[in-house]
Design a protein around this ligand. Structure first.
Ligand SMILES: [Zn+2]
Length: 80
């Protein structure tokens, strides 16, 4: 059974039967630093989550704007 490992260059999953990474062509001879690959993946994940959160905040802001307009309209009606 082939050993599975991560490419140290692109971080993709490869098999140890390859001498070179089938994804990026980099040599697989050197031992892969898994923690480095993991931290790189985590960086990507955090960026994606941050972008999602910013998107949610923008939506929330639009909601608040609408609410404010409604409230102002309601108040101006109530004062008359
Ligand atoms: Zn690779």
């Amino acid at each position: 059974m082939d050993e599975v490992k991560f490419c140290s260059s692109c971080g993709k999953l490869t098999s140890s039967c390859y001498t070179y990474c089938p994804w990026c062509g980099k040599s697989l001879e050197s031992k892969t630093d898994l923690s480095q690959v993991l931290s790189r993946s985590m960086d990507k994940l955090e960026k994606i989550q941050l972008a999602d959160r910013l998107h949610e905040l923008e939506k929330l802001e639009t909601c608040l704007d609408n609410l404010e307009e409604e409230l102002e309209a309601f108040l101006s009606k109530a004062s008359h």
